[in-house]
Design a protein around this ligand. Structure first.
Ligand code: C5P
Length: 220
């Protein structure tokens, strides 16, 4: 079968990257974690101490920043250096939605995502994949789970990675990001008209992957 382009969008910590990674592995496709790209840019802007309101300072940081993924383990590379651990903490999580709301940041990331996905055989997850990045994707999934489920999952993920966080901090961060991501002017998070809704509140992640694999099989 011809290589497909699969778009997976949804709210923060809804299970979409677990789904995307597992489906990519099964299909032998590449997986592009677009959230990791926004997180890496955020880390770079934090390090350079740039004021986000200063458009030309943001532009110059962007022009000196390259984002990539290491092929062996998909870790995100910032200027060639593995920053996978640094981008997952609350430091970055608490600022990433402000950065991702900037149009010049989005333009740069979307251009790169389109280049990386141009040949198909790819699964991208994010907030605007089915609406903006690949509006003609072969399959669009929109993943949701109720907020308490998402908080619990993200909390245990962070704790098992050795991060010291409290449930209230995680809850506040997810709610804040959902709000900013859905209400921003440029490419707000929304379900594409032709996306399939996958609510996994009452599924475990394994069942979610099974459901996704069935949907892929139907169009292949
Ligand atoms: O997917 P993840 O939760 O790691 O994404 C981090 C943040 O990056 C999101 O909260 C959102 O602000 C931004 N993002 C985005 N568009 C995407 C992917 C992520 O704006 N396609």
């Amino acid at each position: 079968p011809p290589p497909l382009t699969i778009a997976i969008d949804g709210y923060s910590a809804c299970g979409k990257s677990t789904l995307a990674r597992a489906l990519a592995r099964r299909l032998g496709y590449s997986y592009i974690d677009t959230g990791a790209m926004y997180r890496a840019v955020t880390l770079q802007l934090q390090r350079s101490g740039v004021d986000l309101d200063d458009e030309s300072a943001v532009a110059s940081t962007l022009s000196e920043t390259t984002i990539g993924f290491r092929p062996t383990d998909n870790h995100v590379l910032l200027n060639g250096v593995d920053v996978e651990d640094q981008i997952r903490g609350l430091n970055v999580s608490n600022m990433v939605s402000q950065v991702a709301a900037l149009s010049q940041v989005r333009r740069a990331m979307v251009d790169q995502q389109r280049r990386m996905g141009a040949d198909g055989g790819v699964i991208l997850d994010g907030r605007d994949i089915g609406t903006v990045v690949f509006p003609d994707a072969d399959l669009k999934l929109f993943v949701t789970a109720d907020i308490e489920t998402r908080i619990d999952r993200r909390l245990s993920e962070l704790l098992s990675n050795g991060q010291e966080v409290r449930r209230e901090e995680v809850a506040a961060n997810l709610k804040e990001r959902d709000h900013i991501d859905s209400s921003r002017a440029d490419s707000p998070l929304r379900m594409a008209d032709d996306a399939i809704l996958l609510d996994n509140t009452h599924l475990n992640l394994e069942q979610l992957v099974e459901r996704g694999a069935e949907l892929v099989a139907q169009i292949r």
